[in-house]
Each structure stands twice: as C-alpha cells, then as structure tokens.
Design a protein around this ligand. Structure first.
Ligand SMILES: NC(=O)c1ccc[n+]([C@@H]2O[C@H](COP(=O)([O-])OP(=O)(O)OC[C@H]3O[C@@H](n4cnc5c(N)ncnc54)[C@H](OP(=O)(O)O)[C@@H]3O)[C@@H](O)[C@H]2O)c1
Length: 259
C-alpha cells in the first residue's frame, strides 16, 4: 500500500501500537461494509493483524486508507476458483491464522421474493455465498487453524448468521435456508474439531443499519437499527472468550478490546 502523506503514516503508527489483541491473526470475509468493516476496524484498533476480503476493489482501497496496516484481498467467496488464492493470501499476509470470520452474505433475490417466485440462480447465489463459500474457505484454512490450535494460541471460526435461520420469515426463503444450513454446519464442525482445539461458533448480530439491511428493507426506520460497531464488539467478545491464549486475563482483554 502506498503511503501518500504524513497523516497516513501517523495513523498507521497509531494502529501499530500495542493493543490487547496484538499478535492475534484475524481474517474477515466481507470486510468493507457494515458489520465486516466494523470488525476490521475494532480488531485493528485492538492491535490484531487483520486481513479482509471483498469483491469491489474501490471499497477495498478505501478501507485500506481508512484502516492502515490491514491487508485487503480482492476475491469472491461464492466462486470456487477464488477460494485457494484468497486462503493463500490470508496466510501469506498474516503468517498464519487464528480467527476466521465468515461474514460476507447474499440475500438471494432482491427485492426479496416468495420462494415460488425465486429464480433458481438467486437461490444458488445465496447458497454459494452463505454456505458453500464459508465451507470452502474454512476447509482451505483448516491447516493454518490447526497449527494455531496445536501451538496453544487457539483457533476460532465465527460464522455470521441471522434470526432468519431460526424463523421461517416469508420472503426470506433463500437467505433463511442458507443461514439455517450454515448454523447446522457450524455445529457439526464444532463437534468434529473442538477436541482438536478449533472452535466453531455462530452468532446472529441482530438488525443492523447496513447496506445489506437497506437492500432488504428499504423503508426501515434506521434509527431503530443496531449500529454495526456494537455488533462487532459483541462478536469480538464471543471470539476472545473462546481463545485459550486469553483465558486467564479474558475479562480484562475483552474490556480493553471492546472499550
Ligand atoms: N444487516 C443486518 O441487519 C443483518 C441482520 C442479521 C444478520 N446479518 C448478517 O451479518 C453479516 C454482515 O451483514 P451486513 O449487513 O454488514 O452486510 P453488508 O453491509 O452488505 O456487507 C457485506 C460485506 O461482504 C462483502 N461481500 C459480499 N458478498 C461477497 C462475496 N461473494 N465475496 C466476498 N465478499 C463479499 C461486501 O463487499 P463486496 O460487495 O465488495 O464484495 C461487504 O464488504 C451477513 O452475514 C448478514 O447476513 C445482517
């Protein structure tokens, strides 16, 4: 990343200061908007090394400028052929991986549609982004996560889900079905790999004021929606609580990282 002025350098130094999560290596799939952007910001502010993925190069560059010291990776997690290049860039940039957050998401049809009116291609896109993408990216990064677990650093995969995974909301069929499957996959991964020290968790971040929400419900009252930064801090608390390296000082670390 080119440093074009002294301000950028000063902000970069600020981000390179020690923080409560210094040394933690975090990848966020879908890190240039909404919750993902807030996660990149909060983790970087807490001293973690952060790589993030998104499709739009312009938004990646803006994020890199706004949050210096992070690593932006252009790729589409719904495309099988993008997964290994993304995974290799993540581990190459971070020198390993402790935390993977599968946050990128597709609504399926926009405007939202009844299942009977949903095009097969839109249903496939929801599954490709919300289920297959997290499956493939996790699988490609399992080796790196297993190394972290063996070294006692701990390893966490956090999959971002939704209340639509639990409730059969009309119009949310493609999205809801994909998120329900994501939850179940998360629980099975956790049964299979938590004995090896890799934890798999999912959260519903709640209704947030983000571009995705605006796309789904354009006439929502934004003042009633949660700020993505608040959801990001809750997600970080969930992750840190599952990492043994922060075991003894967990309360303090969570306080400092989410202050
Ligand atoms: N907002 C809510 O109210 C709400 C409620 C419950 C759950 N959630 C969940 O919370 C998570 C974050 O949602 P959000 O509202 O923050 O979404 P958002 O504002 O739309 O941000 C999505 C991010 O993911 C990236 N992305 C999307 N598709 C991608 C793909 N195929 N490959 C790589 N990157 C991709 C986007 O960048 P590019 O477009 O450039 O790729 C962007 O950085 C999602 O999993 C969503 O389902 C949201």
């Amino acid at each position: 990343m080119a440093l074009d002025n002294e301000n950028t350098l000063a902000r970069m130094e600020a981000f390179e200061q020690d923080g409560p999560l210094k040394g933690l290596r975090v990848a966020v799939a879908g890190g240039t908007s909404g919750l993902g952007l807030a996660l990149v910001h909060e983790f970087a502010s807490a001293g973690a090394s952060v790589a993030f993925v998104a499709r739009d190069r312009t938004k990646i560059d803006t994020t890199l400028t706004d949050i210096p010291g992070t690593h932006g990776i252009a790729g589409d997690i719904s495309r099988k052929e993008d997964i290994y290049p993304i995974a290799m860039e993540i581990t190459g940039e971070l020198g390993g991986l402790d935390v993977l957050i599968n946050n990128a998401s597709s609504l399926g049809p926009v405007p939202l549609a009844l299942l009977g009116d949903t095009e097969c291609e839109d249903f496939e896109q929801a599954l490709a982004t919300n289920l297959l993408g997290p499956f493939r990216l996790t699988k490609a990064l399992l080796g790196a996560l297993a190394v972290s677990a063996r070294q006692g650093r701990g390893a966490v995969v956090l999959n971002i889900s939704s209340d639509a995974a639990l409730n059969p909301y009309p119009l949310w069929g493609a999205y809801g079905a994909s998120k329900a499957a994501l939850n179940h996959m998360t629980r099975i991964w956790d049964e299979e790999l938590s004995p090896e020290g890799i934890r798999f968790l999912w959260i519903d971040p709640g209704d947030m004021d983000t571009p995705l929400h605006a796309l789904a419900i354009p006439d929502a009252d934004r003042s009633t929606l949660k700020r993505p930064e608040a959801a990001a801090r809750q997600a970080i608390e969930t992750i840190v609580s599952a990492l043994p390296q922060y075991g003894r000082s967990r309360g303090r670390i969570v306080d400092e990282a989410t202050r």
